[in-house]
Structures are given as C-alpha cells and as structure tokens.
Design a protein around this ligand. Structure first.
Ligand code: PHE
Ligand code: ZN
Length: 884
C-alpha cells in the first residue's frame, strides 16, 4: 500500500455528477459529542523493520474494555491511508474484522484481548510529513494530532494512554542511530549489516506523543542534575556537519530544566532527554515524550548563520517543548477541543521563561506585537474561534494564534488577578490533581479557582466566546475626583451573534502632568457592559495610563490628545505603556490620514508630535538599546488595518511608508549618529551588544526610507563590515527593498557565501519575497523557479510564499497578481502537503475587510480553489469558512 496514494474516492452520485462540482463537506466534529473510549489500550508493543522506501510495522495492542465506555463489542481502530497486511486476535488469524472507510473494526468477544496488526509503509513517499516519513536521508515520525493512524491502526485519540515498548531494526549504515521515547533497554547486531534497538517508555502516553527517529546523526551531549539529585543525559542530535551549531540549543535546554524546577516546581522524570533536528517539518517542534523533534530552524545557531532573533526563538521553542513534559505530557488533553489546555499554558510558560532569561518588558512588547499581528485578525475574521473551539472539520487547522497566544493571555489574566504566589498554588494543585490523566480546560480553571482562591465563574467566558473585546474608556472629573468610565463590547463572530460581558482586568495609573509621577497602580476588573471607577486621590487633570503591561487582550478605544501620548511615551514608568503610547500616537495619526480625515495642517501637526516623541526615543541616553529598538518600530500594516472596518491596503502602505520616510529625512542627523554609535559596538552575545545590533538595523531602515542613496551606501557598508548574521541580514533586508547596484552585490555575495546551508538560504529567499521593492512580484516568480526552491520542504515554501503573503506590497498589488500567486500555491501544494497549504488560506480569507476592488479579486481566488474537486479536508474547511 502506497502511503502517498489517497484512498479511492466514493462513487459519485450520477444525478449530481454533471452538475458543478459539489464537494462533500467533511464531517463536523463537535465538542459536546465527546464520549469516553469503549476500549482502552494499557500497553502497546511496536516492532519496526525500517527502510526508507519500505517499512514494516507490527503492532500488538493489549486492549481492555473501558468500564466507563459504552460496552461495545467492536473495537474501532483509526487508520489513514494504510491497510492491514494481517490482523490477529490473541495470536490467531482473525476473521472478525472489516474496514469502515479508513478505520479498522475488530469484533471482540471478551473484556481483554491482544490484537496484532501488520502494516506496510512507504516513508519516502510520505510528502505530508505526518506519520513516518523520510527527511534528508533519515526516518522520523510526526504524530500530533492524528498522525499515528498513518503508522498503524489505533484508537488515535489523546484520552487513550498506553505504555509503549518499541523495537526497531534496520540497516546499520543507513540508520546508525535508533531512537524512540523513554530509555533504550537493549540493542544488538542483526544479520546482513542490520542492527536493532529496544526502547521502553514507563510513562503512559497518548499516541500523539509517540516518536521514532533513525538515521545518521551526531549528538552534542550534556547532563543535568535535577533538584532531587538525579542525573539526566541530554542530547541534541543533528546531521553530521551541523554539530557546531548546537550549543545554544543545549544551553537553552539546561536553562529550561532549571527554570521549570524553580518557577513551577516541575522536575524531569526520565534519565534521558533527546532532541532531534529535522529539515522537513510542518511546524516549529514537537514535544514527544523524551524525544522532542525539532524543525532545524529552532535548533541550529552560530553567530555567523543565526540572528539574535533566531537565538531568542530557539531558546523559546526549546523551553516550550521541554515545558510540555508537564503541561501536555504528564497532564495531557482529553480531546483536541482542549488543545489550549496544553498550548495556551505552555506558551505562557515559555513567555515567562524567555522574560526571565532576557528583558521582561521587551519580551512582553514582542509577545503583544505577535498577538496583534497574528491573533487579532483571526479573531475579527471568518475563521474566528474561541480558545476552546466547539467544532472542527480538520484539527490541524486549529493550531492557531488564538489557541496558542490568546490562550496564553487568558491564563496570564488569571495569574494577574491571583498574583504570582497564589497562581503557583493553583498550578501545583492542577498538576497534582491531574497527573497521569487526560484533562480538560475546565479542570484547569477549577484547579486555579480552588488553588488560588479566585472566583472564575464569569471568567470561563474567555474559553467559550471568540472575538477581541473592545473597551471604550473615558476619564472625567467629578467633585475633584477622577472617574474612569469603561464600556465593553465583544464583537459578533461566526456562530456567536450574542455575547456576554467578560471580566477584563485592567492595570491603571493616573499620572500627574506636573511631576510625571503617579501614586500607585491599581487593578480594576470590568465585569459588566459598563462600569465607573472612582479615584479619590488622583491629581487634577491626570493622564491615564491603562491596560499597563497589556493586562488584558483587548482593544482600548479612547481618543486622546497627542500631548498625552507624547507625555506617556516619554515618562511612563511601565515600559510596555511607553511603547503603547508611542504606538497609539502613530496609529491615531495614520488611521486618520488613511481615512482622508487630515488636512495639510493636521497632517503636519500629527507628524510633528510623532517626530518629537521619536526624536526623544532616538536620542534618550538613559534608554537601553533593546528597548529603543522596540520603541522605534511603527505599528504593522495588518494592525493598522484592524482599526478600520474596511481598509485600503494601498493607502495604509503609502501613509505608513510616507511617515517612515518623513521621520528618516527629518531626523537624518540623529539617526546617522545613532547608526554610527552602535556600529562601533563589538560583537558579543551580551544584552548591550544585542541592543546595539537591533538599533543598528532599525536606524538603517529609517535612513534608507528618508534617503535611498544614503541607505544604499550605509547598507552595503554594514553588510561588508558585518561580523555576524544579525548585521548581515539586517543590511540585506534594507538593501533588498532598494533599487540599486548594492542590492545585487549583497544578494549575490550572500547566496555564494552560504551555499549549502538550507536555513540561511531560506533567509535569502524570504528577504527578497518580503521586500518592498517595486518589482517584488517578479522577484517572487523568479524565486519559485530558482534551482534551490523545493515544494517538498515547508521551510523553503514558507520562505518564499508566506513571506509574500505577509508582504503588503506583493500580496495586495492592485493587479490581483499577489492573490493569484497565493491561490496557485495553495492548489499546487495541497496534494503534496495539505497542512502547510491550508496555512495560506487565512490571508485571502480577510477579503471582507478589504476595499471592494481588491476584495472581489481575493474572493475570486478563494472560489477558484473551492472549484477543485480533490481538495484536502484542511484546505476545504478553511476555504469554505472564508467564503461562507
Ligand atoms: N505540539 C507542538 C507544539 O506546540 C506543535 C505541533 C503540532 C507540532 C502539530 C507538530 C504537529 O509544541
Ligand atoms: Zn506546544
């Protein structure tokens, strides 16, 4: 059975066969339909006879009737593009089995049996990268969410927990290293140059956490001694030649292990922890028990090939996957509707970890920026869903910024309301109560409620209601007191026309204009549609600082005088609030400008206010450069578009670029002085030097916007002088958007310099596809034909087409060519890798919020995709929801 070939389509109804293609909608899975499994599988033994082109799997399941199940005599085992070579029950060839679509049904007479099934796989033909597949000469698995059923027949749901014994054998030269979950219990030589290994994982786990890796790998080895004194062996496995770029990953792992002991009291529970880097991977990384599998981009780093941002991302993802060992593995999910139980919580944990490893405020600003760019548009579009969805067609489509990042914000709010110490009591109780089980979001909330002593009755709405709450704020004076009036609305979202008021915790401070100080921050919780909060001892005519440190994932609506925002941008003692004031100042101005609501006088007044605040940021000697780099960022175009019901992406781009150029020209001297100062800071991994590098490229961006020739000469100078990837990539990014000979010089040098380094070549592709160059669409077309382009490698596909889809100049080209390009890639990629293909749909799905001419082009592209008869469930769901 060829795993890459799709199962035969059901016969078409002759009456509809001639009509326009009416693709059957995939079945809808509903949260409220949850039923406990009829059969449990306390133990499974897997035997793999490995080969890149042919792998034989023999799986022996000890099954037991679940006393809490429905008592059915039929055991349903899920499958996906596999067929059984043989089925035995209690050692005898079984006759009582049949296929039901992709699933295998076995009739069983007693309460406990042993079911043995053989399957045959073709890993090299598996382009979906789910199940067992070949990548770069090695074999690896990916099972979350429903990939295990592509390896063998099994009740492939996260509430069936089993202990796994794995045996694998294969050619020793092809697969010198054989890894699975848990510990290696035996190994030996076989015939004809083969060898074998046996692995046993003592911790019961769901099938999605199973993993196997076989291939030629080399480890960077370390150890960690846990707080109770056990020594854990650590390995970061990579392809030979990459071992020199693994130290940061290993250091990050050790830091994660220590941090989770100190911060959440969580100790590691095996004697071995393996990380493997693979180059073909749909996502970032995967938390398989004791055997994390990573996209190479979240493992490999050295200063010459990875930017400071890459280093940070590696630290964060290594932490994230490690933290899953408790939040995900020891306590797992009852069903996939509970995905945020593990992902929201684990994202919060990795955010807190990264904040502790670096700068807390800078990390907070970055996290909020990601939320606004990636999650806010989701919440206001056709694919909006609560962090705990109520239904899905394809679960892979729900690994979203809502489940992950908004999920983290929701738990962060509980932490804010409880305070750190009480929150920790809640998480301790959660781990205690639910260790070894498959839990629900409700279990989590209840544990925090009981452990932290909070009443979260109304707060549970954050799990069930989609949409970003909008909070209108106004500050008035009454009898010498300051009165803050807050009004919330939760927008309607698909399937949720009516919304209830949610509890929204807002950190607030009232500043005295004269002294620049406030008398203390307070936490107000808005839990009604509208409420008033009186501040008795506020200064007269105070400046309001609200949603400090972004205490709630909401949008604050408040028209404010520029002067107040300039004041906060310069003086607020909450660094996040400083950033926020700067953002608001710019958002307010650009939104008005885009709407055509500014005359020349107002435009120049607005720019002057922004320029003043910007000058303070550029020249403030007290400010550290990492923070300066954040404050210098203009709000993203997608975030600006969010502020308008319907927006013109061309106008947004023109206004934002216009402001950038104006700032670059007006503050040219200050920016050049800044660029010169930070260019003199020598390379190190210390915060100060990293801050210098961040500001270096930021300054260059503005200088180039104000004066292209100056940008080109400084850009190529920064490129040539670069001693690390951060500076080199930063310079190349700026040059890529300019139409100048320096651009070609740098691009050619970069390609030649890093030939053979796939991750760096990805950068070369994405810098061009993401550039603001006027001919960027031509460049993207050429990149797709470049000999180094590969449709089979998700990193490479994303480096070209995700960069283009996120690039307003390319994507929103008025001709519609950008939309056509993304539509084409979805259709071409879908038969190869549906999960990755479906990730491109949301960009087109935003059409209702875009001006009519572009909207109809975007919609037409979606309709063209919908016409395809063989769409995957993944793409079908996203496209039909985007059109519906
Ligand atoms: N569970 C992984 C994580 O968040 C993400 C993932 C999902 C990876 C599905 C692969 C497939 O860490
Ligand atoms: Zn995760």
């Amino acid at each position: 059975m060829d795993i890459a070939s799709r199962p035969a389509e059901p016969e078409q109804n002759p009456q509809t066969a001639d009509a326009a293609p009416a693709p059957q909608a995939p079945p809808v899975i509903r949260r409220e339909d949850y039923l406990p499994p009829a059969w449990l599988v306390p133990e499974i033994a897997l035997d793999f006879d490995l080969g890149l082109d042919a792998t034989k799997v023999t799986s022996t399941l000890s099954v037991k009737r679940n006393p809490e199940g429905n008592g059915a005599a039929t055991l349903r085992l899920n499958g996906d593009q596999i067929s059984p070579v043989s089925v035995r029950v209690d050692g005898e060839a079984a006759s009582g089995w049949r296929m039901d679509g992709p699933d295998l049904l076995v009739e069983l007479s007693g309460d406990a049996h042993e079911v043995t099934i053989e399957t045959a796989l073709v890993p090299s033909g598996n382009s979906q990268l789910m199940g067992l597949y070949a990548s770069n000469g090695m074999l690896c698995t990916q099972c979350e969410a429903e990939g295990f059923r592509r390896i063998t027949f099994f009740p492939d749901r996260p509430d069936v927990l089993s202990t796994y014994s794995v045996r694998m054998s294969g050619d020793k030269a092809t697969f010198p290293i054989l890894l699975a979950n848990g510990n290696c219990t035996a190994e030996g030589e076989g015939e004809n140059g083969t060898h074998w290994a046996e692995w046993y994982d003592p911790w019961p786990k769901p099938s999605y956490l199973f993993a196997l890796v076989a291939g030629e790998l080399i480890a960077n080895h370390g150890t960690f001694t846990t707080k109770s004194g056990r020594t854990v062996d650590l390995n970061v496995w990579v392809r030979p030649g990459d071992e020199g770029r693994t130290q940061h990953a290993l250091d990050s792992l050790i830091a994660s292990m220590k941090w989770d002991e100190e911060t959440f009291g969580r100790e590691y529970d095996l004697d071995l922890f393996n990380i493997v880097a693979v180059s073909d991977f749909n996502m970032g990384a995967m938390e398989n028990k004791g055997l994390n599998v990573f996209n190479t981009r979240y493992v490999l780093a050295d200063p010459d090939t990875a930017t400071d941002a890459d280093y940070d991302a590696i630290e964060g993802v290594i932490g994230h996957e490690y933290f899953h060992n408790w939040s995900g593995n020891r306590v797992t999910c009852r069903d996939w509707f509970q995905l945020s139980l593990k992902e929201g919580f684990t994202v919060l944990r990795d955010q807190l970890f990264s904040a502790d490893m670096g700068s807390e405020p800078v990390k907070r600003i970055e996290d909020v920026r990601i939320l606004r760019i990636a999650q806010f548009p989701e919440d206001s579009g056709p694919l909006a869903h609560p962090i705990r969805p109520d239904s899905y067609q394809e679960i892979s489509n729900f690994y979203t910024a809502t489940v992950y990042n908004k999920g983290a914000e929701v738990i962060r709010m509980m932490r804010t309301m409880a305070g750190e110490e009480r929150f920790r009591k809640g998480t301790d109780l959660y781990f205690d109560r639910h260790d070894g089980t498959a839990a629900t979001c409700e279990d989590f909330v209840k544990a925090i409620e009981d452990g932290a002593g909070l009443d979260l009755a109304q707060f549970r709405l954050w799990y069930s209601q989609a949409g970003t709450p909008q909070v209108a704020a106004s500050l008035t004076q009454e009898d010498g007191k300051a009165v803050l009036t807050l009004h919330q609305t939760v927008p309607t979202t698909p399937g949720q026309p009516e919304k209830q008021a949610m509890p929204i915790p807002l950190r607030v401070a009232l500043f005295d204009r004269a002294t620049g100080t406030h008398s203390g921050e307070s936490l107000v919780v808005l839990d009604k549609a509208e409420d008033r909060f009186v501040f008795a001892d506020a200064p007269a005519d105070p400046v309001l600082s609200i949603n400090r440190s972004f205490s709630a994932p909401v949008a604050i609506e408040m028209a404010r005088p520029d002067a107040d925002l300039v004041f906060l941008a310069a003086r607020d003692d909450d660094p996040f609030a400083r950033y926020e004031a700067m953002q608001s100042l710019v958002v307010q101005h650009l939104v008005a400008a885009v709407g055509g609501g500014l005359d020349e006088g107002q435009r120049s007044a607005g720019r002057t206010a922004i320029g003043e605040a910007f000058r303070a940021i550029v020249t403030d000697a007290e400010l550290d450069d990492l923070m300066r780099g954040e404050l210098m960022l203009l709000p993203a175009e997608s975030y600006l578009a969010e502020q308008l019901l319907v927006s013109d992406p061309g106008a947004i781009h023109a206004e934002r670029e216009g402001l950038k150029a104006w700032l670059g020209a007006t503050l040219a001297d200050e920016l050049k002085a800044l660029h010169d100062r930070v260019s003199a800071v020598p390379y190190s991994r210390e915060a100060e030097a990293r801050g210098a590098r961040k500001v270096k490229t930021q300054a260059l961006v503005y200088i180039a916007a104000g004066d292209g020739a100056e940008g080109a000469s400084r850009g190529i100078a920064q490129y040539r002088a670069a001693s690390c990837m951060t500076d080199r990539q930063g310079a190349l990014m700026v040059l890529a958007s300019l139409d100048c000979p320096e651009r070609e010089e740098a691009l050619a040098d970069f390609l030649a310099r890093y030939e053979g380094n796939a991750l760096v070549i990805d950068k070369w592709f994405s810098l061009q596809a993401g550039s603001l160059h006027p001919r960027v669409l031509d460049h993207v077309r050429a990149l797709a034909k470049h000999p180094e382009f590969r449709m089979s490698n998700p990193n490479r596909v994303r480096s070209v087409f995700m960069a283009a889809a996120m690039n307003p100049v390319a994507f929103h080209d008025p001709s519609g060519e950008g939309y056509r390009m993304i539509g084409d890639i979805i259709r071409r990629l879908d038969p190869i890798n549906p999960q990755t293909a479906a990730r491109f749909v949301p960009s087109l799905g935003r059409w209702r919020r875009v001006e009519p001419a572009r909207a109809s082009l975007m919609r037409a592209e979606l309709e063209r995709i919908a016409q395809e008869s063989d769409l995957s469930r993944d793409v079908r769901e996203q496209v039909s929801k985007s059109l519906g």
